[in-house]
Design a protein around this ligand. Structure first.
Ligand code: NAD
Length: 495
């Protein structure tokens, strides 16, 4: 407790042991003065505390956002572009500090935070800062009778709620388009990984973002998150998280006719045909299975393999998975870090036990791994590979969101498709084949919003991002995000 942040030296600041909310341009303690523990999952150390805010803080944030909206909504796009780029620059300048904070909160390897999470957060701001400079709206002429033109106006005060797996990356993926489009924001990061969102509030102050334009309220889901969703002044909700919470949000928002964008869970198939580029496939499949300890909504947790290469795949994949021993996230040689929390660690281990009860055979991993040195109390789980389970068992139907994958063989393309689509989820899918016609046929029939062929997690921020079925409602990315955060208004002028 009381840990200073010697690495956070950009403004010569040390972060407090207690994180603060960012409301109306100021850092503020929660009104109820309640806090939640903030634990480093790689060490077990409670190293700071995060506000356990409630509806009173959310109301204060909404009021601040409402007050800022009149000016921000008509601030010229050039000025929004400048400010958002300034925030991006400050994120880049503080890469080391932000990456370390992300790793201490989340347990992911520091090299991953540096290479992926923090650079993507600044890219999100740059991408939407630039995007807003290129917006054009439609006009519909009615010969010599009339002209219609469509305005795209900001929605007002909007809510952005994000999860713990890619904390700053996903938080900024929502905030950046919302601000770029001229909205004011009440945002809540996951209470499990709040530190980089707190550091972002310091960056926004340094960047000169006008007070109230962005408000960051920290707290738990059922109280603070639910208060954002239920607040009548907050007109749209952009949410990324579990399908369970997504259902509750949809139920609250529907009778209030709020716009919602829900990016939810996944149980993604990774379909491997015998004619794939073997080396690239096996290398990438290892990443798509276990990156970020399998805690990416896009990880391919159900690996479907053509029968003729099943044994070869199993032998090589299991051998490679066994080499991915988790270790101290601060060590550059650690390919795997800790899972995010004790709650999640217990859940993942219970899922592995369930898979065995269901008749699955554990080929690799299957157990917790004891850390050493400062990580002796860390939450490490060995990358786990399971075979022998049917498509409809709980292990293959329910999201685990950890370093656990299952293997299932298939004989024909039709069977592969049937297995792939045996899921209530439909977020992403990966297809491995050298046959372009087959890749296209299968891509057309897989019920997922995002399909990768012979690659994984190759992201173009302009593309629509989101899922079918229980994986969500709406799309993020590119114009989809800017459309979500604006209301179209048609103006018809008779000539
Ligand atoms: P979660 O649903 O428990 O929490 C997500 C966020 O919502 C947190 O900030 C939490 O405090 C808040 N929250 C929880 N209940 C709420 C409620 N009733 N009302 C309002 N807010 C509430 O999810 P998590 O455990 O943080 O994240 C893991 C989940 O997120 C997985 O299911 C994963 O697949 C999903 N995810 C999806 C995507 C995607 O793009 N589709 C990306 C990343 C993670």
């Amino acid at each position: 407790m009381g840990l200073a942040f010697p690495y956070f030296c950009w403004m010569n600041l040390s972060a407090p042991a207690q994180i603060a909310n960012y409301i109306g341009g100021k850092l503020q303690a929660p009104l109820n003065n309640r806090y939640l523990p903030n634990v480093n999952p790689a060490t077990g150390e409670e190293y700071s505390q995060t506000p356990d805010s409630d509806h009173a803080d959310v109301s204060a944030a909404e009021e601040a956002a409402r007050g800022a909206f009149a000016a921000w909504s008509v601030t010229p796009a050039e000025e929004r572009f400048r400010l958002l780029n300034r925030i991006a620059d400050l994120i880049d300048q503080n890469l080391e500090a932000l990456a370390l904070a992300e790793t201490n909160d989340n347990g992911k390897p520091l090299w991953l935070s540096k290479r992926v999470d923090i650079p993507r957060a600044s890219s999100n701001f740059r991408f939407f800062a630039t995007g807003i400079m290129h917006v054009s709206t439609e006009s519909h002429g009615m010969e010599d009778k009339a002209i219609n033109y469509t305005l795209r106006q900001p929605v007002g005060v909007v809510g952005c709620i994000s999860p713990w797996n890619l904390p700053l990356y996903l938080f900024t993926w929502k905030i950046a388009p919302a601000l770029a489009a001229g909205n004011c924001v009440v945002a809540k990061p996951s209470e499990v990984t709040p530190m980089t969102a707190y550091l972002l509030s310091l960056i926004c102050i340094e960047a000169g973002l006008p007070a109230g334009v962005l408000n960051i309220v920290h707290g738990g889901g059922p109280e603070c998150g639910a208060a954002i969703v239920a607040h009548p002044g907050i007109k749209a909700i952009s949410f990324t998280g579990s399908t369970r919470a997504g259902k509750q949000i949809a139920a609250t928002a529907a009778p209030m006719f709020k716009k919602i964008s829900l990016e939810l869970g996944g149980k993604n198939p990774n379909i491997i045909f015998a004619d794939c580029d073997w080396e690239k496939m096996i290398r990438t499949t290892l990443q798509s299975s276990f990156s970020n300890q399998g805690q990416i909504c896009l990880c391919g947790s159900r690996i479907l393999i053509e029968e003729s290469i099943y044994e070869k795949f199993k032998t090589e994949f299991v051998a490679r998975a066994r080499k991915l021993t988790p270790g101290d996230p601060l060590d550059d040689n650690s390919k795997q870090g800790a899972v995010v929390s004790k709650l999640h660690y217990d859940k993942v281990l219970a899922c592995i036990a369930l898979a065995q009860e269901e008749g699955g055979t554990v080929l690799a991993g299957g157990q917790a791994v004891k850390g050493s040195g400062r990580c002796a109390d860390g939450l490490f789980i060995a990358p786990t590979v399971i075979e022998g389970l049917g498509a409809n068992c709980r292990t293959n139907m329910e999201e685990i969101f950890g370093p656990v994958v299952t293997l299932q063989p298939f004989k024909t393309e039709d069977e592969a498709l049937q297995l792939a689509n045996t899921s209530d989820y439909g977020l992403s899918a990966t297809i491995w084949t050298q046959d372009v016609s087959r890749a296209n046929r299968v891509a057309m029939k897989v019920q997922s919003g995002i399909i990768w062929v012979n690659c994984w997690l190759l992201r173009d921020l302009r593309t629509p991002f989101g899922g079918f079925k229980n994986s969500g409602v709406g799309r993020e990315g590119g114009w989809d995000a800017l459309r979500f955060f604006t209301e179209p208004k048609n103006v018809c002028i008779e000539l």
